[in-house]
Design a binder for this molecule. Structure first.
Ligand code: CDP
Ligand code: MG
Length: 763
């Protein structure tokens, strides 16, 4: 796959360079450096002298520590003049010049669509204008939705800064499992998913007097559903004002959807951007991007920052790391500040992209398509566009959503190029040919509702009382086979009955802000008497990476990790880590002492922030469980119950071992392997049957987060789909002899599928 070569080569190099890199890491941890390491260290000092020119603000503790001093100096001088500057900057934004007309339009119309280039001030200013208009006391809250978590947090912080208030007071944000709002909050940023969930408990959205649906052009699934929900609400609530914003010119579609509501254009202030296509299609887009960055850096004067569009954490890290290496090969180049940004990156590192680079250095931001419209960074003069993005797409072969590498659309390509022309004339380098652009790229992007699984949305709509899904007002209807498929999935989890109506189980599932199978796992845990354990596992599955594998300390971290592995299950491994972490915290006198907890995490290469988040998520889920009146019992050491619970919720995603290393999925018979990062793979224990949490596609299909199951459980929980092929054999799981001969067949689910869809008014 394109781009994978640089990633692979980078990984290998990283492994080879382990010796010297280890020294750096230990040095930072304050550990003793031995003689051998000292020698290595001296050998690398020339390298480091060069590295000082390369400010790689990466996730590594090493980089962060080395350069934080530098950034701190910067920060102090910034803060002094920041406030005055911020107000001045607000007045310079294009939206400021049209403020009065815009506010009048919003006052006079229930729904207004606002179109403006990225960076014109829609996200940061609109809510503030409304707030100021109502003299700081709007009747209800001003809600502003964002399709992305990172954006919701970052713009809330920015607006709080602009208003000189502490985040969480007047201005706050809510994203899943994280609520930074209070009784005082008047402006609330949130993900679109949060507002959609709020309609479950507050169907008229009475808390709000203004709803800004930001970034509508992204056409995220939740935004699309909100469109339909809000269209009904504004018909009933005359006092509600809805503002829809878009960075692209597709606004007429939004306007038409809301009964031809007015469209307001914020005059753009853009500079010309020269666009260059690649003459040939590069063999490896990540490598091509690195080369292009270096070429600009060497040839073009500083400043003039560079924005590189990659697809995800992997290629971003590879590009950042390789850039740092290439910098080392140069004789005293101008300093370069390398900044990755992707959704799983720690929030404090994400915020760094907005900081001005140190005097005389160049900022290189390597981003996912989050920087396409959601986040605007000033000072970008060069854009390098890989032409790819990762998109959540329903994969019919494996029967689930997957993040796939896809070519971007022409509209996206234009958006990306536009990022270079905000503050002055810019240049955009496309790492693909002009022919590829015209012939292979779609004109516009396919809305998420038409390409992903809809299970949680179907369940949500059903619980809102919309039983006939096809009568719901969609801006673009989802393909009916997608709806049918999602209903089938929900039916297998007993969330819908044979008639396609929501069941009591389904209603309980909706109460959790989780994907239906994860909710099913909690409910199963409650039933089997291991809810406490399932809460932990679900919480651990809902937070970013638990096990850290820092660059240069791969062996140590792998060794540390080994101690936690539970051979037969990744789910149990997570449980084990969490229980060890809790018991460690408990032994330190006063409850959870963050200091000890941090030290423990560092020692074991565990992500301390993720552990704390998991504890918080767990607490929230436990509250919901209590509200549902379900017991939160623990099964103690009886971990078989835990595996049963996992199996009950995930029997649909089961696989059988085919040979020494390979498995076949029971549901659709495709070959797959246990992910090398899995506890099962690491302990060399590959059971005959397992269930998996998700599939990751790289060169192969990998099942990640797996748990060994007894085939008899599959037949028990998945009775509608599985049966023993040879029914004369004993079904008793305790009968080991019989079990080894047992085989499963997946029954044809199509029949069930036909039944459930025909009775739900889909046709
Ligand atoms: O939403 P839209 O793309 O129209 O613009 P915006 O996100 O409101 O950004 C307006 C200005 O605020 C831009 O110049 C951004 O660079 C700046 N901004 C910032 O400096 N820091 C942030 N965290 C967010 C925005
Ligand atoms: Mg915006």
């Amino acid at each position: 796959r394109k781009g994978s070569e640089l990633i692979a080569a980078f990984r290998e190099k990283r492994e080879r360079a382990q010796g010297s890199a280890k020294v750096k890491y230990w040095k930072l941890e304050g550990a003793q450096v031995g003689a051998k390491e000292k020698e290595d260290h001296e050998r690398t000092s020339r390298r480091e002298a060069h590295e000082r020119h390369t400010l790689l603000a990466d996730t590594d503790a090493f980089k962060a520590a080395t350069f934080s001093a530098h950034l701190r100096n910067n920060e102090n001088s910034n803060r002094a003049s920041a406030l005055g500057e911020i107000q001045e900057k607000r007045r310079q934004l294009p939206i400021f010049s049209v403020r009065d007309n815009l506010m009048r339009l919003i006052r006079e119309n229930a729904v207004v669509v606002i179109v403006g280039e990225t960076g014109s001030g829609k996200t940061t200013q609109l809510a503030q204008y409304i707030y100021e208009e109502t003299r700081g006391s709007p009747r209800g809250m001003i809600g502003c939705t964002q399709p992305r978590r990172v954006a919701a947090v970052s713009v809330a912080q920015r607006v709080a800064d602009e208003m000189c208030v502490k985040l969480g007071r007047n201005v706050g944000y809510t994203i899943r499992f994280e609520d930074e709002t209070s009784a005082e909050t008047r402006i609330k940023f949130m993900t679109d998913g949060i507002l959609l969930r709020e309609t479950l408990t507050d169907p008229e959205l009475d808390k709000y007097s203004y709803v800004i649906m930001d970034e509508a052009h992204e056409r995220s699934l939740n935004t699309d559903i909100l469109f339909g929900v809000l269209r009904d609400i504004v018909k009933r609530r005359m006092d509600l004002r809805v503002v829809v914003t878009s960075a692209t010119l597709d606004a007429h579609k939004f306007s038409a959807f809301f009964g031809m509501c007015p469209i307001f254009h914020i005059p753009g202030r853009t500079h010309p951007v020269d666009t260059f296509f690649s003459r040939t299609l590069p063999h490896d887009y990540a490598e091509a991007a690195v080369r292009q960055v270096m070429q600009i850096h060497v040839q073009a004067p500083v400043p003039g920052d560079i924005l590189v569009f990659m697809t995800g954490q992997e290629d971003i890290e590879a590009v950042c790391g390789t850039l740092a290496e290439r910098m080392m090969l140069l004789e005293s180049p101008p300093p370069m500040l390398i900044l990755p940004i992707y959704s799983q990156l720690q929030a404090d590192l994400q915020a760094k992209i907005f900081e001005p680079p140190p005097e005389g250095s160049r900022k290189v931001i390597v981003a996912t398509n989050i920087a396409e419209t959601s986040l605007t960074v000033d000072g970008i003069q060069y854009v390098i566009d890989s032409g790819y993005c990762k998109m959540k797409t329903y994969n019919a072969k494996v029967g689930m959503d997957m993040l796939l590498l896809c070519p971007i659309s022409q509209a996206s390509a234009q958006q990306r190029a536009g990022r270079a022309g905000r503050t002055g004339p810019g240049k955009c380098y496309r790492l693909y040919t002009e022919l590829a652009y015209t012939e292979e790229l779609h004109v516009g992007s396919v809305p998420e509702i038409q390409r992903t699984s809809l299970s949680h949305i179907v369940l949500l709509l059903k619980s809102l009382g919309i039983s006939d899904l096809m009568s719901f007002s969609f801006m673009d209807s989802p393909p009916s086979e997608n709806v049918a498929k999602s209903m089938l999935d929900l039916w297998t989890l007993s969330a819908l009955d044979d008639e396609g109506r929501i069941t009591d189980t389904g209603r309980m599932m909706v109460a959790f802000p989780l994907d239906p199978p994860l909710s099913a796992m909690l409910l199963s845990g409650a039933k089997l008497g291991c809810a406490s354990e399932m809460l932990t596992i679900v919480a651990m599955l809902s937070v970013p990476t638990i096990f850290l594998r820092p660059r240069g300390a791969e062996q140590q971290s792998d060794a540390a990790r080994e101690k936690f592995l539970v051979a037969e299950s990744d789910h149990l491994t997570f449980l084990h880590v969490y229980e060890r972490w809790r018991s460690m915290s408990r032994t330190s006198a006063a409850g959870v002492s963050t200091c000890d907890s941090a030290a423990w995490c560092r020692q074991h290469f565990i992500n301390a922030k993720s552990m704390q988040r998991a504890a918080e998520v767990r607490r929230q889920l436990q509250d919901i469980l209590a509200q549902l009146g379900l017991a939160c019992a623990s099964c103690g050491a009886n971990w078989e119950l835990v595996r049963r619970s996992v199996c009950e919720a995930y029997f649909w995603q089961a696989a059988r071992r085919r040979n020494l290393v390979e498995y076949t999925s029971l549901r659709s018979n495709f070959p797959c392997c246990v992910h090398p990062g899995s506890a099962l793979a690491n302990s060399g224990y590959l059971p005959d049957y397992l269930v998996y949490h998700e599939l990751i596609m790289t060169q192969k299909e990998y099942m990640s987060v797996c748990t060994q199951v007894d085939p008899a459980w599959l037949v028990e929980y998945g009775a509608r789909f599985y049966s023993f092929r040879d029914s004369t054999r004993s079904l008793r799981p305790s009968d080991a002899g019989a079990r080894s001969g047992v085989d499963l067949v997946a029954q044809d689910g199509a029949e069930a599928s036909r039944y459930i869809t025909s009775s739900s008014k889909l046709d």
